[in-house]
Design a binder for this molecule. Structure first.
Ligand SMILES: [Ca+2]
Ligand SMILES: [Ca+2]
Length: 581
């Protein structure tokens, strides 16, 4: 590894009573550190260039006698591991929640001894039985649809009493939850996905753990958990990270307060804990072969440690990608974090990508508002102009919806034509698109906007499902058509680099039509989105910078040819994606 030091946490009764001996070629025991709790020791090892794969013996000594010997396994690295390419704007991510996508193995549905030891598909916050095996079985589907990456909601062990299905309450950072599978199964999934050209992105949470994490019974030190391990609610005032006027009181409550009472807040200022989390990420990347990380609740952990975490991961894997979640509609706040930003306080967050929440909101407003001087498409046109604030807007992750908000189809009042306009926009504007599973079959949640209803079971993922969205059996005509629409658009996007990293130019909305284009040396694309109920005739002279001397364009969805001589007619409530000729 680029970083030669490794810190090993040892846990066991009265470890402070032992001295540690490591005598192995290629390894030096630099030092042993003792936290407040005598049941822990931290060993600082230096791994030298001549270290070979195998077991490093760690000996626990007392009075010159060896009392116990542990074998710390060191594995051979995969060739080219450090040079792996992270997700980028040539990709489209498929976001799925492992519990709710497909149940590939019924034998792991209930794991004896775990705190939530039942499944109930009728319970919105219960476990439904989906797992990693189910995803492996349906990789063909994800590939055929044209997705090139999968972002998994978290699947590490969540041995908590209730709502363990969503995976955001980690109880073991080094272990896949047995109800989803095993570490080996995850690695097999990443390999099988790679064979299909699909990258895998892991969801990580550094801000908090589940209340039943084993640390809670016997933490290494009192400062391991914020507020001394006692529940104090965060104020959720996320602006404190950027606000030049924030009081220390507000700042501390935001960053150190707990997200909810069942999720103890980790103190990343503790150096042992910071190292533990950093090494854990690097271990998962190296072990599994994955291509990216999505970091949860990005403004909540200690921001200096988060910058250091990014630096360390990118030091090992310079072309890796990491995206953070700052749920703010203010691009000034979001852009603060991105690597290369020049900030008023000198902070460099080091993170390559952020989730583009401001653009998501502007898109939904644009589609739902009446066209007017300051409403409708102008929201999206104006929102995009904020890109001057970002060091790298082409590396932002863009999305119509995700697992934490009403599905986009519901946001546009189930209007299929408006929905299509939104999807065209996400798949053709700058950035790295992310699509939530079920979007391709118009999934709804009429029961409620409760997260448990939004994260519905994908039809066909369970034996006996009447509808099978994988095969198409039982889908309505509208659902079938939407699936085909996605497949056409995604397959085309995959093959056309101009949509990945081509330049972007847009025109102020007129007559309810928003026009923009993507171009590079080889290719030019013009996208025309007509929101109105009428066909709209536009003079093409206005677009000459973009279309140059092209006289026509072929719509990539219908294959139909459109003339660009003098005028173009954009059909009512529809979008055209024209490849210019
Ligand atoms: Ca299962
Ligand atoms: Ca925190």
């Amino acid at each position: 590894m680029a970083h030669p030091e490794l810190q090993v946490m040892l846990y066991g009764k009265d470890l402070s009573a032992y001295t540690i001996k490591v005598d192995h070629p290629g390894v030096k025991l630099h030092s042993v550190e003792q936290p407040a709790n005598p049941n822990y020791l931290f060993l600082n090892l230096v791994l030298e260039a001549n270290l070979e794969a195998g077991n490093i013996p760690i000996e626990l000594m007392q009075g010159g006698e060896m009392k116990q010997r542990l074998n710390f396994p060191v594995l051979e690295r995969e060739k080219g591991s450090a040079q792996r390419i992270g997700f980028d704007n040539s990709d489209v991510m498929y976001l799925l929640m492992p519990d709710r996508f497909a149940n590939g193995k019924s034998e792991n549905d209930i794991v004896e001894g775990m705190l939530e030891d039942k499944i109930d598909r009728k319970d919105k916050t219960g476990r439904h039985g989906g797992d990693l095996a189910g995803v492996i079985q349906h990789l063909d589907y994800i590939e055929e649809m044209g997705f090139t990456a999968i972002w998994f909601n978290p699947f590490l062990e969540n041995d908590v009493e209730r709502s363990s299905y969503h995976g955001y309450s980690t109880t073991d950072f080094y272990k896949v939850d047995p109800r989803y599978g095993s570490n080996e199964e995850f690695k097999a999934l990443v390999d099988a996905a790679a064979d299909k050209g699909i990258k895998v992105i892991m969801d990580m949470i550094f801000n908090h753990i589940g209340i039943t994490h084993w640390w809670m019974k016997d933490p290494p030190s009192a400062d391991w958990i914020n507020f001394g391990g006692e529940y104090v609610q965060t104020n959720h005032r996320r602006t404190v990270n950027q606000d030049p006027y924030a009081s220390e009181y507000d700042r501390k409550l935001m960053v150190d307060g707990w997200f909810v009472n069942s999720m103890p807040d980790l103190n990343q200022r503790n150096d042992f804990l910071a190292t533990y989390l950093i090494q854990n990420s690097i271990w998962w990347i190296e072990y599994s072969g994955m291509a990216g990380i999505r970091m949860d609740t990005y403004p909540y952990p200690d921001k200096a440690m988060m910058a250091e975490w990014n630096r360390r991961v990118l030091h090992e894997y310079p072309d890796f990608n990491i995206v953070g979640e700052e749920w703010s509609l203010n691009p000034g706040l979001v852009s603060y974090w991105q690597k290369g930003q020049s900030n008023h306080d000198g902070y460099d967050g080091m993170i390559p990508s952020m989730m583009d929440f401001p653009l998501q909101s502007a898109l939904a407003q644009s589609l739902m508002e009446e066209e007017n001087w300051n409403t409708g498409w102008i929201k999206l046109y104006d929102a995009l102009s904020n890109d001057f604030m970002y060091p790298d807007p082409y590396n932002l992750v863009i999305f119509p919806d995700n697992h934490d908000m009403p599905r986009f189809f519901m946001q546009v009042n189930e209007d299929i034509e408006l929905y299509k306009l939104g999807i065209i926009y996400i798949l053709t504007t700058r950035g790295i698109p992310q699509i939530f599973y079920g979007s391709e079959i118009l999934m709804t949640h009429h029961e409620s906007n409760h997260h448990g209803h939004i994260r519905k079971d994908f039809p066909g993922g369970w034996k006996g499902d009447k509808v099978n969205a994988f095969s198409g059996e039982g889908l309505s005509k509208e659902e079938e058509e939407m699936k085909a629409f996605f497949r056409t658009l995604l397959t085309w996007r995959k093959e056309n680099p101009v949509i990945h990293d081509g330049e972007l130019m847009h025109y102020a909305p007129e007559k309810g039509v928003y026009v923009y284009g993507r171009y590079n040396e080889e290719q030019r694309i013009i996208v025309l989105l007509n929101k109105t109920g009428n066909d709209q005739k536009l003079k093409t002279g206005r677009f000459v910078e973009l279309i140059q001397n092209a006289s026509s364009g072929n719509d990539i969805i219908t294959g139909k040819k459109y003339s660009l001589e003098n005028t173009i007619e954009v059909p009512a409530k529809s979008g055209l994606i024209l490849e210019l000729k």
